[in-house]
Design a protein around this ligand. Structure first.
Ligand SMILES: C[S@@+](CC[C@H](N)C(=O)[O-])C[C@H]1O[C@@H](n2cnc3c(N)ncnc32)[C@H](O)[C@@H]1O
Length: 523
Protein backbone atom coordinates (compact mmCIF):
# COMPACT_ATOMS: atom_id res chain seq x y z
CA UNK A 1 0.00 0.00 0.00
CA UNK A 2 1.36 3.48 -0.79
CA UNK A 3 2.44 5.38 2.33
CA UNK A 4 2.90 9.02 3.13
CA UNK A 5 6.19 10.57 4.12
CA UNK A 6 6.84 13.97 5.61
CA UNK A 7 9.55 15.79 7.55
CA UNK A 8 9.31 14.85 11.20
CA UNK A 9 7.48 11.55 10.60
CA UNK A 10 10.20 9.45 12.19
CA UNK A 11 10.01 11.45 15.37
CA UNK A 12 6.27 11.00 15.77
CA UNK A 13 5.44 7.47 14.57
CA UNK A 14 6.05 5.96 17.99
CA UNK A 15 5.70 9.12 19.99
CA UNK A 16 2.40 7.98 21.55
CA UNK A 17 4.46 5.43 23.52
CA UNK A 18 6.74 8.15 24.94
CA UNK A 19 4.04 10.51 26.17
CA UNK A 20 4.20 10.56 29.98
CA UNK A 21 1.24 9.14 31.81
CA UNK A 22 -0.43 11.97 33.72
CA UNK A 23 -3.01 11.88 36.44
CA UNK A 24 -6.32 13.66 36.14
CA UNK A 25 -7.40 16.06 38.86
CA UNK A 26 -11.07 16.89 39.31
CA UNK A 27 -11.89 20.59 39.63
CA UNK A 28 -15.02 20.57 41.73
CA UNK A 29 -15.83 24.25 41.28
CA UNK A 30 -16.00 23.86 37.48
CA UNK A 31 -17.94 20.58 37.51
CA UNK A 32 -21.70 20.19 37.38
CA UNK A 33 -23.72 17.62 39.34
CA UNK A 34 -22.44 14.44 40.93
CA UNK A 35 -21.07 11.27 39.34
CA UNK A 36 -22.56 11.70 35.88
CA UNK A 37 -19.45 10.01 34.38
CA UNK A 38 -19.29 12.70 31.69
CA UNK A 39 -15.85 14.30 31.54
CA UNK A 40 -14.46 17.58 30.27
CA UNK A 41 -10.67 17.65 30.36
CA UNK A 42 -8.56 20.77 30.00
CA UNK A 43 -5.22 20.00 28.39
CA UNK A 44 -3.37 18.81 25.32
CA UNK A 45 -5.32 15.87 23.97
CA UNK A 46 -2.12 13.89 23.45
CA UNK A 47 -1.54 13.70 27.19
CA UNK A 48 -5.22 13.58 28.01
CA UNK A 49 -5.81 10.60 25.69
CA UNK A 50 -2.88 8.82 27.25
CA UNK A 51 -4.26 9.51 30.73
CA UNK A 52 -7.59 8.01 29.65
CA UNK A 53 -6.03 4.82 28.34
CA UNK A 54 -6.05 2.73 31.56
CA UNK A 55 -9.71 3.58 32.01
CA UNK A 56 -11.11 3.61 28.50
CA UNK A 57 -8.87 1.60 26.17
CA UNK A 58 -11.15 -0.32 23.79
CA UNK A 59 -14.28 1.14 25.37
CA UNK A 60 -15.16 4.15 23.21
CA UNK A 61 -17.93 3.50 20.72
CA UNK A 62 -17.84 6.70 18.72
CA UNK A 63 -15.21 9.39 18.29
CA UNK A 64 -16.02 12.68 16.62
CA UNK A 65 -13.18 15.13 16.08
CA UNK A 66 -13.03 18.48 14.40
CA UNK A 67 -9.30 19.27 14.45
CA UNK A 68 -7.77 22.51 13.18
CA UNK A 69 -8.25 22.51 9.39
CA UNK A 70 -4.92 24.25 8.84
CA UNK A 71 -6.53 27.01 6.79
CA UNK A 72 -4.01 29.64 7.84
CA UNK A 73 -6.61 31.72 9.64
CA UNK A 74 -4.91 32.84 12.84
CA UNK A 75 -7.30 35.51 14.00
CA UNK A 76 -9.48 33.26 16.07
CA UNK A 77 -9.43 32.61 19.78
CA UNK A 78 -7.88 29.27 19.02
CA UNK A 79 -5.26 28.83 16.37
CA UNK A 80 -6.40 27.08 13.24
CA UNK A 81 -2.87 26.58 11.93
CA UNK A 82 -0.57 24.34 13.84
CA UNK A 83 1.03 27.51 15.18
CA UNK A 84 -0.63 27.58 18.58
CA UNK A 85 2.22 28.42 20.99
CA UNK A 86 1.57 25.22 22.93
CA UNK A 87 1.65 23.00 19.85
CA UNK A 88 4.68 24.87 18.45
CA UNK A 89 6.53 24.18 21.69
CA UNK A 90 5.47 20.54 21.57
CA UNK A 91 6.66 20.19 17.96
CA UNK A 92 10.04 21.71 18.82
CA UNK A 93 10.42 19.25 21.69
CA UNK A 94 9.36 16.14 19.82
CA UNK A 95 10.69 16.78 16.32
CA UNK A 96 13.80 18.65 17.49
CA UNK A 97 15.93 20.84 15.15
CA UNK A 98 14.04 19.61 12.09
CA UNK A 99 10.92 21.39 13.39
CA UNK A 100 12.25 24.67 11.95
CA UNK A 101 12.08 23.22 8.42
CA UNK A 102 8.56 21.87 8.65
CA UNK A 103 6.04 23.21 6.17
CA UNK A 104 2.49 23.70 7.32
CA UNK A 105 1.40 20.22 6.13
CA UNK A 106 4.37 18.57 7.88
CA UNK A 107 3.40 20.26 11.12
CA UNK A 108 -0.21 19.24 10.81
CA UNK A 109 0.70 15.62 10.08
CA UNK A 110 3.17 15.55 13.00
CA UNK A 111 0.44 16.88 15.26
CA UNK A 112 -2.24 14.44 14.09
CA UNK A 113 -0.32 11.17 13.81
CA UNK A 114 0.28 10.26 17.47
CA UNK A 115 -3.13 11.57 18.46
CA UNK A 116 -4.89 9.40 15.87
CA UNK A 117 -2.95 6.37 17.07
CA UNK A 118 -4.16 6.89 20.64
CA UNK A 119 -7.69 7.51 19.40
CA UNK A 120 -7.65 4.22 17.49
CA UNK A 121 -6.51 2.38 20.64
CA UNK A 122 -9.32 3.92 22.66
CA UNK A 123 -11.97 2.75 20.18
CA UNK A 124 -13.77 -0.49 20.84
CA UNK A 125 -13.70 -3.15 18.13
CA UNK A 126 -17.27 -2.09 17.37
CA UNK A 127 -16.32 1.57 17.30
CA UNK A 128 -16.01 4.21 14.61
CA UNK A 129 -14.35 7.60 14.14
CA UNK A 130 -15.85 10.60 12.30
CA UNK A 131 -13.45 13.43 11.40
CA UNK A 132 -14.47 16.84 10.08
CA UNK A 133 -12.01 18.30 7.63
CA UNK A 134 -11.84 20.48 4.51
CA UNK A 135 -9.68 20.46 1.40
CA UNK A 136 -6.64 21.91 3.14
CA UNK A 137 -5.80 18.52 4.66
CA UNK A 138 -8.47 16.07 3.49
CA UNK A 139 -6.15 14.33 1.02
CA UNK A 140 -3.34 13.87 3.52
CA UNK A 141 -5.75 12.86 6.26
CA UNK A 142 -7.16 10.02 4.15
CA UNK A 143 -3.71 8.56 3.53
CA UNK A 144 -2.82 8.95 7.21
CA UNK A 145 -5.99 7.15 8.23
CA UNK A 146 -5.37 4.38 5.69
CA UNK A 147 -2.01 3.92 7.40
CA UNK A 148 -3.32 3.95 10.98
CA UNK A 149 -6.75 2.30 10.61
CA UNK A 150 -6.13 0.26 7.44
CA UNK A 151 -7.57 1.24 4.05
CA UNK A 152 -10.04 -1.65 4.34
CA UNK A 153 -11.68 0.13 7.28
CA UNK A 154 -12.74 3.20 5.33
CA UNK A 155 -16.51 3.56 5.67
CA UNK A 156 -17.35 6.81 3.89
CA UNK A 157 -16.27 10.29 2.95
CA UNK A 158 -19.36 12.35 3.74
CA UNK A 159 -19.93 15.72 2.13
CA UNK A 160 -21.66 18.14 4.50
CA UNK A 161 -23.27 21.31 3.12
CA UNK A 162 -21.88 23.80 5.61
CA UNK A 163 -23.18 26.92 3.82
CA UNK A 164 -26.18 28.07 1.90
CA UNK A 165 -25.15 31.42 0.39
CA UNK A 166 -22.24 31.33 -2.05
CA UNK A 167 -19.33 33.63 -1.31
CA UNK A 168 -19.25 35.95 -4.30
CA UNK A 169 -15.79 37.30 -3.53
CA UNK A 170 -14.21 33.79 -3.63
CA UNK A 171 -11.01 33.79 -5.68
CA UNK A 172 -11.89 30.63 -7.60
CA UNK A 173 -14.77 28.60 -6.21
CA UNK A 174 -17.05 29.33 -3.29
CA UNK A 175 -16.41 26.53 -0.83
CA UNK A 176 -19.81 25.20 0.27
CA UNK A 177 -18.95 21.93 1.99
CA UNK A 178 -16.74 20.17 4.50
CA UNK A 179 -15.90 16.49 4.53
CA UNK A 180 -16.57 14.07 7.35
CA UNK A 181 -14.25 11.13 6.93
CA UNK A 182 -15.44 7.91 8.58
CA UNK A 183 -13.28 4.90 9.50
CA UNK A 184 -14.29 1.87 11.56
CA UNK A 185 -11.84 0.34 14.00
CA UNK A 186 -12.85 -2.94 12.37
CA UNK A 187 -15.26 -3.22 9.49
CA UNK A 188 -17.94 -5.88 9.89
CA UNK A 189 -16.91 -9.28 8.69
CA UNK A 190 -19.56 -10.26 6.10
CA UNK A 191 -22.94 -10.68 7.74
CA UNK A 192 -21.64 -11.48 11.21
CA UNK A 193 -23.55 -8.88 13.27
CA UNK A 194 -21.21 -9.22 16.21
CA UNK A 195 -17.97 -8.57 14.41
CA UNK A 196 -16.94 -4.95 14.05
CA UNK A 197 -18.92 -1.79 13.48
CA UNK A 198 -22.66 -1.92 12.83
CA UNK A 199 -24.34 1.24 11.64
CA UNK A 200 -27.83 2.23 12.72
CA UNK A 201 -30.51 3.40 10.34
CA UNK A 202 -31.55 7.04 10.55
CA UNK A 203 -34.88 7.25 12.37
CA UNK A 204 -37.72 8.21 10.03
CA UNK A 205 -38.57 11.89 10.18
CA UNK A 206 -42.04 13.23 11.02
CA UNK A 207 -42.11 14.67 7.52
CA UNK A 208 -41.51 11.22 6.03
CA UNK A 209 -44.17 9.63 8.24
CA UNK A 210 -46.67 12.39 7.45
CA UNK A 211 -46.85 11.05 3.89
CA UNK A 212 -48.70 8.00 5.24
CA UNK A 213 -52.46 8.54 5.72
CA UNK A 214 -55.41 6.28 6.40
CA UNK A 215 -58.38 7.47 4.26
CA UNK A 216 -60.15 4.07 4.49
CA UNK A 217 -59.45 3.49 8.21
CA UNK A 218 -57.46 0.35 7.44
CA UNK A 219 -56.86 -1.58 10.68
CA UNK A 220 -53.19 -2.02 9.65
CA UNK A 221 -52.67 1.71 10.15
CA UNK A 222 -51.49 4.56 7.87
CA UNK A 223 -50.34 3.80 4.34
CA UNK A 224 -49.33 5.56 1.16
CA UNK A 225 -50.32 4.70 -2.39
CA UNK A 226 -47.66 3.52 -4.83
CA UNK A 227 -47.96 3.08 -8.58
CA UNK A 228 -49.10 -0.43 -9.52
CA UNK A 229 -47.62 -0.16 -13.00
CA UNK A 230 -43.96 -0.35 -14.03
CA UNK A 231 -42.03 0.64 -17.10
CA UNK A 232 -41.33 -2.99 -17.86
CA UNK A 233 -43.06 -4.71 -20.74
CA UNK A 234 -43.84 -8.15 -19.39
CA UNK A 235 -46.59 -9.38 -21.68
CA UNK A 236 -48.15 -11.70 -19.10
CA UNK A 237 -48.47 -8.77 -16.66
CA UNK A 238 -50.58 -6.76 -19.08
CA UNK A 239 -54.17 -7.64 -18.19
CA UNK A 240 -57.27 -5.71 -17.21
CA UNK A 241 -58.01 -5.08 -13.51
CA UNK A 242 -61.66 -4.65 -12.63
CA UNK A 243 -62.45 -1.75 -10.26
CA UNK A 244 -65.16 -2.18 -7.56
CA UNK A 245 -67.51 -0.23 -9.84
CA UNK A 246 -66.91 -2.72 -12.67
CA UNK A 247 -64.60 -0.62 -14.84
CA UNK A 248 -61.77 -2.55 -16.54
CA UNK A 249 -58.38 -0.81 -16.31
CA UNK A 250 -55.28 -1.67 -18.34
CA UNK A 251 -51.76 -0.46 -17.44
CA UNK A 252 -50.78 2.83 -19.20
CA UNK A 253 -49.24 2.54 -22.65
CA UNK A 254 -45.68 1.13 -22.63
CA UNK A 255 -46.05 -0.25 -19.09
CA UNK A 256 -47.22 -3.46 -17.40
CA UNK A 257 -48.61 -4.14 -13.94
CA UNK A 258 -46.00 -4.74 -11.29
CA UNK A 259 -46.97 -8.37 -10.75
CA UNK A 260 -49.16 -11.21 -11.98
CA UNK A 261 -52.96 -11.31 -12.17
CA UNK A 262 -53.10 -13.93 -9.35
CA UNK A 263 -51.07 -11.79 -6.97
CA UNK A 264 -53.10 -8.66 -7.70
CA UNK A 265 -56.29 -10.63 -7.04
CA UNK A 266 -54.88 -11.72 -3.69
CA UNK A 267 -53.99 -8.10 -2.89
CA UNK A 268 -57.50 -6.96 -3.81
CA UNK A 269 -58.98 -9.59 -1.51
CA UNK A 270 -56.60 -8.43 1.27
CA UNK A 271 -57.67 -4.76 0.68
CA UNK A 272 -54.15 -3.84 -0.38
CA UNK A 273 -55.26 -2.22 -3.63
CA UNK A 274 -56.71 1.28 -3.55
CA UNK A 275 -59.14 2.43 -6.22
CA UNK A 276 -59.61 5.89 -4.75
CA UNK A 277 -62.49 7.01 -2.54
CA UNK A 278 -64.88 6.63 -5.47
CA UNK A 279 -63.69 3.06 -6.20
CA UNK A 280 -63.27 4.22 -9.83
CA UNK A 281 -59.62 5.27 -10.00
CA UNK A 282 -56.62 3.59 -11.60
CA UNK A 283 -55.50 0.98 -9.02
CA UNK A 284 -52.58 1.74 -6.69
CA UNK A 285 -50.89 -0.48 -4.15
CA UNK A 286 -50.91 0.40 -0.44
CA UNK A 287 -47.55 0.61 1.33
CA UNK A 288 -48.16 0.36 5.06
CA UNK A 289 -46.00 2.41 7.46
CA UNK A 290 -45.94 -0.57 9.82
CA UNK A 291 -44.35 -2.70 7.10
CA UNK A 292 -41.66 -0.35 5.81
CA UNK A 293 -38.12 -0.31 7.20
CA UNK A 294 -38.17 1.60 10.48
CA UNK A 295 -35.38 3.90 9.39
CA UNK A 296 -33.47 5.05 6.34
CA UNK A 297 -29.98 4.11 5.21
CA UNK A 298 -27.62 7.05 5.81
CA UNK A 299 -26.37 8.73 2.67
CA UNK A 300 -23.03 10.45 2.05
CA UNK A 301 -24.55 13.79 1.04
CA UNK A 302 -25.52 15.69 4.22
CA UNK A 303 -27.82 18.49 3.31
CA UNK A 304 -28.05 21.50 5.65
CA UNK A 305 -31.81 20.87 5.81
CA UNK A 306 -31.28 17.86 8.04
CA UNK A 307 -27.71 18.33 9.34
CA UNK A 308 -27.69 22.09 9.99
CA UNK A 309 -24.99 24.47 8.74
CA UNK A 310 -22.35 26.86 10.09
CA UNK A 311 -24.88 29.66 10.41
CA UNK A 312 -27.17 27.51 12.50
CA UNK A 313 -24.26 26.55 14.75
CA UNK A 314 -23.39 30.21 15.35
CA UNK A 315 -27.01 31.06 16.15
CA UNK A 316 -27.15 28.17 18.62
CA UNK A 317 -24.05 29.42 20.39
CA UNK A 318 -25.25 33.03 20.44
CA UNK A 319 -28.54 31.94 21.96
CA UNK A 320 -26.83 29.86 24.63
CA UNK A 321 -24.40 32.62 25.62
CA UNK A 322 -27.08 35.22 25.18
CA UNK A 323 -24.84 37.74 23.43
CA UNK A 324 -24.14 38.98 19.93
CA UNK A 325 -20.38 38.39 20.01
CA UNK A 326 -19.59 34.77 19.53
CA UNK A 327 -17.38 33.34 22.27
CA UNK A 328 -16.07 30.82 19.72
CA UNK A 329 -15.91 31.27 15.95
CA UNK A 330 -16.11 27.78 14.49
CA UNK A 331 -18.76 25.70 16.25
CA UNK A 332 -20.56 22.87 14.54
CA UNK A 333 -24.36 22.57 14.69
CA UNK A 334 -25.89 20.19 17.23
CA UNK A 335 -27.95 18.53 14.47
CA UNK A 336 -24.77 17.53 12.63
CA UNK A 337 -23.32 15.71 15.63
CA UNK A 338 -26.69 14.22 16.54
CA UNK A 339 -26.88 12.64 13.10
CA UNK A 340 -23.48 11.03 13.74
CA UNK A 341 -24.70 9.77 17.11
CA UNK A 342 -27.87 8.36 15.54
CA UNK A 343 -25.83 6.38 13.05
CA UNK A 344 -23.03 5.31 15.34
CA UNK A 345 -24.25 4.92 18.92
CA UNK A 346 -26.70 3.03 21.07
CA UNK A 347 -28.24 4.22 24.30
CA UNK A 348 -25.39 3.39 26.69
CA UNK A 349 -22.29 4.11 24.59
CA UNK A 350 -19.33 6.38 25.36
CA UNK A 351 -18.54 9.21 22.91
CA UNK A 352 -15.22 11.03 22.75
CA UNK A 353 -14.36 14.41 21.20
CA UNK A 354 -10.72 15.36 21.72
CA UNK A 355 -10.90 18.73 19.91
CA UNK A 356 -13.93 19.94 21.81
CA UNK A 357 -14.07 23.69 21.06
CA UNK A 358 -17.50 24.96 22.03
CA UNK A 359 -18.55 21.55 23.39
CA UNK A 360 -21.15 20.81 20.70
CA UNK A 361 -20.54 17.07 21.05
CA UNK A 362 -21.41 17.19 24.75
CA UNK A 363 -24.58 19.12 23.96
CA UNK A 364 -25.55 16.66 21.21
CA UNK A 365 -25.04 13.67 23.53
CA UNK A 366 -27.30 15.23 26.19
CA UNK A 367 -29.90 16.07 23.56
CA UNK A 368 -30.06 12.60 21.98
CA UNK A 369 -30.21 11.03 25.45
CA UNK A 370 -33.26 13.14 26.17
CA UNK A 371 -34.88 12.09 22.87
CA UNK A 372 -34.50 8.35 23.43
CA UNK A 373 -34.03 8.12 27.23
CA UNK A 374 -30.43 7.07 26.65
CA UNK A 375 -27.54 7.09 29.11
CA UNK A 376 -24.70 7.79 26.68
CA UNK A 377 -21.61 9.41 28.24
CA UNK A 378 -19.28 12.00 26.72
CA UNK A 379 -15.61 12.81 27.16
CA UNK A 380 -14.47 16.18 25.81
CA UNK A 381 -10.89 17.47 25.67
CA UNK A 382 -9.91 21.08 25.01
CA UNK A 383 -6.40 22.52 24.96
CA UNK A 384 -6.79 26.27 25.24
CA UNK A 385 -6.94 27.98 28.65
CA UNK A 386 -9.30 30.62 27.27
CA UNK A 387 -11.73 28.04 25.93
CA UNK A 388 -11.86 24.94 28.13
CA UNK A 389 -13.65 26.46 31.14
CA UNK A 390 -15.20 29.59 29.69
CA UNK A 391 -16.56 28.09 26.49
CA UNK A 392 -16.53 24.28 26.45
CA UNK A 393 -17.66 23.68 30.02
CA UNK A 394 -19.78 26.83 30.21
CA UNK A 395 -21.70 25.89 27.05
CA UNK A 396 -22.47 22.39 28.31
CA UNK A 397 -23.43 23.79 31.72
CA UNK A 398 -25.81 26.30 30.14
CA UNK A 399 -27.31 23.64 27.87
CA UNK A 400 -27.98 21.48 30.96
CA UNK A 401 -29.67 24.39 32.73
CA UNK A 402 -31.62 25.79 29.78
CA UNK A 403 -32.82 22.50 28.39
CA UNK A 404 -33.20 20.82 31.82
CA UNK A 405 -31.03 17.83 31.05
CA UNK A 406 -30.85 15.48 33.98
CA UNK A 407 -27.06 15.25 33.83
CA UNK A 408 -23.75 16.87 34.69
CA UNK A 409 -20.02 16.52 34.10
CA UNK A 410 -16.70 16.38 35.88
CA UNK A 411 -14.23 19.04 34.84
CA UNK A 412 -10.63 17.81 35.11
CA UNK A 413 -7.19 19.32 34.73
CA UNK A 414 -4.24 17.29 33.60
CA UNK A 415 -2.17 16.80 36.72
CA UNK A 416 1.45 15.84 37.30
CA UNK A 417 2.93 12.82 35.55
CA UNK A 418 2.55 9.56 37.49
CA UNK A 419 6.34 9.30 37.69
CA UNK A 420 8.21 12.41 38.85
CA UNK A 421 11.62 13.42 37.52
CA UNK A 422 13.44 11.11 39.93
CA UNK A 423 11.33 8.23 38.64
CA UNK A 424 9.25 8.02 41.83
CA UNK A 425 5.51 7.70 41.93
CA UNK A 426 3.91 11.11 42.36
CA UNK A 427 2.95 11.71 46.01
CA UNK A 428 -0.63 12.68 45.22
CA UNK A 429 -1.28 9.46 43.30
CA UNK A 430 -4.10 7.54 45.00
CA UNK A 431 -4.33 3.79 45.54
CA UNK A 432 -7.08 3.55 42.93
CA UNK A 433 -5.10 5.54 40.33
CA UNK A 434 -2.00 3.39 40.75
CA UNK A 435 -4.08 0.20 40.82
CA UNK A 436 -5.78 1.20 37.57
CA UNK A 437 -2.46 1.99 35.94
CA UNK A 438 -0.70 -1.18 37.10
CA UNK A 439 -3.58 -3.42 36.12
CA UNK A 440 -3.66 -1.80 32.68
CA UNK A 441 0.10 -2.16 32.08
CA UNK A 442 -0.05 -5.80 33.24
CA UNK A 443 -3.13 -6.94 31.35
CA UNK A 444 -3.80 -4.32 28.64
CA UNK A 445 -7.36 -4.26 29.93
CA UNK A 446 -9.22 -1.80 32.12
CA UNK A 447 -9.67 -2.40 35.83
CA UNK A 448 -13.13 -2.97 37.22
CA UNK A 449 -12.94 -0.70 40.27
CA UNK A 450 -15.86 -2.48 41.88
CA UNK A 451 -13.88 -5.70 41.88
CA UNK A 452 -11.04 -4.26 44.04
CA UNK A 453 -10.97 -6.21 47.29
CA UNK A 454 -8.62 -4.33 49.62
CA UNK A 455 -5.15 -5.18 48.26
CA UNK A 456 -6.38 -7.57 45.58
CA UNK A 457 -6.93 -5.31 42.59
CA UNK A 458 -7.92 -7.84 39.99
CA UNK A 459 -7.69 -11.30 38.55
CA UNK A 460 -6.76 -11.91 34.91
CA UNK A 461 -5.83 -15.11 33.05
CA UNK A 462 -5.43 -17.19 36.21
CA UNK A 463 -3.18 -14.53 37.79
CA UNK A 464 -4.10 -12.37 40.78
CA UNK A 465 -2.69 -8.86 41.09
CA UNK A 466 -2.08 -7.32 44.52
CA UNK A 467 -0.98 -3.81 45.39
CA UNK A 468 0.38 -2.52 48.70
CA UNK A 469 0.30 1.23 48.44
CA UNK A 470 -1.95 2.48 51.18
CA UNK A 471 0.38 3.68 53.94
CA UNK A 472 3.83 5.05 53.32
CA UNK A 473 6.53 2.94 54.99
CA UNK A 474 4.11 0.08 55.56
CA UNK A 475 3.85 -1.25 52.04
CA UNK A 476 5.84 -4.36 52.77
CA UNK A 477 5.33 -7.86 51.53
CA UNK A 478 5.89 -9.78 54.80
CA UNK A 479 4.56 -12.82 56.64
CA UNK A 480 1.56 -10.89 57.92
CA UNK A 481 0.59 -9.94 54.40
CA UNK A 482 0.94 -13.53 53.18
CA UNK A 483 -1.84 -14.46 55.62
CA UNK A 484 -4.14 -12.02 53.82
CA UNK A 485 -3.74 -13.31 50.28
CA UNK A 486 -6.11 -15.86 48.77
CA UNK A 487 -5.30 -19.51 49.38
CA UNK A 488 -5.59 -20.89 45.90
CA UNK A 489 -3.39 -22.26 43.16
CA UNK A 490 -3.32 -19.09 41.04
CA UNK A 491 -0.16 -17.21 40.20
CA UNK A 492 0.12 -13.95 42.17
CA UNK A 493 1.87 -10.72 41.23
CA UNK A 494 2.37 -8.49 44.28
CA UNK A 495 3.47 -4.85 43.96
CA UNK A 496 4.98 -3.35 47.14
CA UNK A 497 7.85 -1.10 48.29
CA UNK A 498 9.78 -3.95 49.87
CA UNK A 499 9.75 -7.73 50.22
CA UNK A 500 10.82 -9.59 53.37
CA UNK A 501 9.98 -13.08 52.11
CA UNK A 502 12.72 -15.35 50.83
CA UNK A 503 12.64 -16.39 47.20
CA UNK A 504 12.04 -20.09 47.93
CA UNK A 505 8.80 -19.29 49.76
CA UNK A 506 7.76 -16.93 47.00
CA UNK A 507 8.33 -19.64 44.39
CA UNK A 508 6.42 -22.18 46.43
CA UNK A 509 3.44 -19.85 46.69
CA UNK A 510 3.72 -18.89 42.99
CA UNK A 511 4.27 -15.25 43.98
CA UNK A 512 6.14 -12.74 41.85
CA UNK A 513 7.19 -9.64 43.82
CA UNK A 514 7.44 -6.36 41.88
CA UNK A 515 9.05 -3.37 43.53
CA UNK A 516 7.38 0.03 43.33
CA UNK A 517 8.34 2.22 41.47
CA UNK A 518 11.14 0.42 39.61
CA UNK A 519 9.11 -2.46 38.32
CA UNK A 520 5.98 -0.50 37.48
CA UNK A 521 6.02 -0.60 33.71
CA UNK A 522 6.22 2.75 31.98
CA UNK A 523 3.38 2.78 29.50
C1 LIG B 1 -12.46 23.37 15.01
S1 LIG B 1 -12.43 23.55 16.69
C2 LIG B 1 -13.65 22.40 17.23
C3 LIG B 1 -15.03 22.97 17.22
C4 LIG B 1 -16.07 22.06 17.81
N1 LIG B 1 -16.34 20.91 16.98
C5 LIG B 1 -17.37 22.79 18.08
O1 LIG B 1 -18.42 22.40 17.59
O2 LIG B 1 -17.31 23.80 18.76
C6 LIG B 1 -10.93 22.77 17.21
C7 LIG B 1 -10.68 22.88 18.70
O3 LIG B 1 -9.61 22.00 19.04
C8 LIG B 1 -8.79 22.62 20.01
N2 LIG B 1 -7.46 21.99 19.95
C9 LIG B 1 -6.48 22.20 19.04
N3 LIG B 1 -5.40 21.44 19.31
C10 LIG B 1 -5.72 20.72 20.43
C11 LIG B 1 -5.03 19.76 21.22
N4 LIG B 1 -3.80 19.39 20.92
N5 LIG B 1 -5.65 19.24 22.31
C12 LIG B 1 -6.93 19.60 22.61
N6 LIG B 1 -7.64 20.52 21.90
C13 LIG B 1 -7.04 21.07 20.83
C14 LIG B 1 -8.79 24.09 19.61
O4 LIG B 1 -8.40 24.90 20.69
C15 LIG B 1 -10.24 24.26 19.17
O5 LIG B 1 -11.02 24.69 20.24
Amino acid sequence: MPTLNWIGKEAVVNHDKEVPFRLLKKVKSASVGESSQNLIIHGDNLEALKALMPYYQGKIKCIYIDPPYNTGNENWVYNDKVNSPKIKKWLGKVVGGEAEDLCRHDKWLCMMYPRLKLLRDLLSDKGVIFISIDDNEQGYLRVLLDDIFGDNNLIANIVWQKKYSPQNDAKYFSDMHDFIVVYAKKKRNGNKENSGWNRNLIPRSEEQDARYKNPDNDSRGPWKAADLSVKRMTAKDIYPITTPSGRKVLPPKGRSWVTSKETVEKWIADKRIWFGKSGENVPAVKIFLSEVQQGTVPITWWDRKFAGDNQEAKQELKAIFNKENLPFETPKPVRLIKRILQIATNKDDIILDSFAGAGTTGHAVLSINKDDSGTRKFILIELEDEIAKKVTAERVKRAIENERYNSGFEFCELDKPLFNEEGHIEEECTFEQLATYIYFTETSTNLDKKAIDRHLIGDYNETEFYLLFKEKGKNILNKDFLKKINKNDKKKVIYADKCLIDSRTLDKLKIQFKQIPYEVKVY
